[in-house]
Design a protein around this ligand. Structure first.
Ligand code: FAD
Length: 505
């Protein structure tokens, strides 16, 4: 997709219009386009700018959901994890977890062993095992060693959540779908029947009405607030989760480590990601605007306390973090006092011409897409039979670049000069990757490039400010931005970064 389409270039009517370009909307859009529908995806901000770029980045069954009795969700998630590991290597990668077991702390070895046996059974192979204290210390020397009995080792997977969304979006576009970011939708109705959407373009201005046979509301934590939607959406309980991103130099772990928070017994974790380490997460009611989510000082203190208990070799401070980020879980309200007991299963609702979906997990987007298309089937005769092949069209890539951008994009990047392929200082990203995104991935603002096409803004010191002159020259060259436009983008990005991602000092 070299340039972002204009409202005037859209057709007057689509089979399916998806409102919301997070993981669920992107998954539904891609599956619809690959199954022969004329599909349109729109997002009020950038693709993946909502929760789907602020998750813990795990493609996992979710051990803690087993504890809450959510067997179906865990089973679905474990199956999806296995499929994604097979089908999208380079983007969904295996991640070994260690859960240390101590004489003086919970959880006990027996409970963990039972949970992990169920987890293994669901995946169809025995992968978890016990490591004694000596083996644990050889694997991760910084772990608290007092009273250590050993650790349960088990396998899950990790991804770049925003890149997974973007691959779905552009795969849907390659299958003749149309995707447009920075366009807000309100629903058009004829009485009770939803007949299309009114689109408001935040980039070029203007509005346009587009008809649709079926509209899908996949607006995530905002799904119960899409303007003019008929009643029927379940009440959502937005639950915020925050993370610290730490430099590997301070916590050089090779595995993910999970343990229970000393204050309330909730599971917390650290895991290596994009050359840094993520520490998460919290689970608290979010009372503010679901479109403006920031970690609070109290949440970050909670994470520091968790780190201190498990990695006592240094005094952890907020100033140690490279960045912070927070997202809101679009959880369907079930009336539990404790946010962590609310179900993470997805919900779907329907009214004439409209299907809504919310909840669920990053990991289970494909299950959600199948459910939505099954519900839309009666009204959409053009929908071809269920597609059970590989997730993405084209040659299967197995390396990092191919997984993140697709095999043919990776081949193009590898033809760039070696200097353009070298990682930019302190990051895993190269100028070749940034150039590809600028040319092909509908970048509208600098933050699209640095927070979602790449994750440079989360893993480079100071949001990558020191690299901005170099990146600016590339943006000006590829997008034709003049000095004034660059200055505006520069300021917009740093203001946003300081507001959402700078560790408070
Ligand atoms: C802290 C945290 C950690 C998590 N960790 C994991 C994990 O490790 N693994 C996992 O599997 N899951 C995880 N999840 C869950 C997962 O991230 C979410 O379930 C998932 O990202 C939700 O995706 P979505 O597409 O429904 O919503 P979003 O990603 O929020 O997408 C909704 C989109 O709709 C757009 N939108 C809203 N209103 C309009 C409108 N009127 N017009 C047009 N567009 C609109 C928004 O801009 C947004 O981009 C986590 C969630 C949180 C909060």
């Amino acid at each position: 997709m070299p340039t972002r389409p204009m409202l005037s270039q859209l057709d007057a009517r689509y089979d399916l219009i998806v409102v919301g370009g997070g993981i669920n909307g992107a998954g539904i859009f891609q599956a619809a386009a690959r199954r022969g529908l004329q599909a349109l995806l729109i997002d009020a901000g950038d693709f993946a700018s909502g929760t789907s770029s602020a998750s813990s980045k795990l493609v996992h069954g979710g051990l803690r959901y087993l504890k809450n009795g959510q067997w179906r969700l865990t089973l679905e998630s474990v199956r999806e994890r296995e499929r994604l590991l097979r089908e999208v290597p380079g983007l969904v990668e295996p991640l070994r977890f260690l859960m240390p077991i101590y004489r003086d702390r919970k959880p006990g070895r027996r409970l963990m062993q039972f949970g992990l046996r169920v987890y293994d059974l669901m995946a169809g192979s025995q992968r978890s095992r016990w490591l004694d204290a000596e083996a644990v210390q050889a694997a991760e020397g910084d772990l608290r060693s007092a009273q250590l009995l050993g650790a349960m080792a088990y396998d899950d997977a990790v991804t770049d959540d925003a890149r997974l969304v973007l691959r779905l979006v552009f795969d849907g576009v390659a299958a003749d779908g149309t995707a447009l970011n920075y366009v807000r939708a309100t629903l058009l109705r004829d009485g009770h029947l939803v007949v299309g959407v009114r689109l408001h373009d935040a980039v070029q201005g203007g509005a346009r009405d587009i008809a649709a046979t079926v509209v899908v509301n996949a607006a995530g934590a905002l799904a119960d607030r899409v303007p003019d939607a008929p009643a029927g959406a379940p009440l959502l309980r937005p639950l915020r989760g925050s993370h610290l991103v730490l430099p590997t130099s301070l916590l050089p772990i090779r595995h993910a480590v999970s343990w229970l928070h000393p204050r309330d017994g909730r599971p917390v974790f650290v895991h290596p990601w994009e050359g840094a380490v993520i520490c998460g997460t919290t689970d608290v009611d979010h009372d503010g605007d679901p479109a403006d989510v920031r970690a609070t000082a109290a949440e970050l203190d909670y994470l520091l306390e968790a780190l201190q208990a498990q990695f006592p070799q240094r005094r952890w401070r907020l100033a140690d973090a490279v960045s912070v980020y927070a997202g809101v879980r679009p959880v369907v309200a079930g009336g539990h006092d404790d946010p962590s007991r609310e179900s993470r299963e997805s919900a779907m609702w329907q009214s004439p011409g409209l299907i809504g979906t919310a909840g669920g997990k990053l990991t289970t987007f494909r299950v959600t897409a199948q459910q939505v298309l099954r519900a839309a089937r009666r009204e959409l005769p053009a929908l071809r039979g269920r597609h059970d092949g590989a997730l993405f069209a084209g040659e299967r890539a197995t390396d990092r670049l191919g997984g993140r951008y697709g095999a043919s994009a990776a081949a193009t990047m590898r033809a760039d000069p070696a200097s353009a392929q070298a990682p930019l200082a302190g990051t895993p990203y190269s100028l070749a990757e940034l150039r590809w995104s600028l040319q092909h991935e509908a970048v509208v603002h600098l933050d699209d490039l640095l927070l979602r096409r790449s994750r440079l803004g989360l893993v480079a010191a100071g949001g990558g400010e020191a690299l901005l002159p170099q990146i600016g020259a590339l943006c000006q060259q590829e997008l034709g931005w003049d000095d004034l436009r660059w200055q505006r983008e520069y300021e917009r990005y740093l203001t946003l970064w300081r507001h959402r991602h700078a560790p408070p000092v």
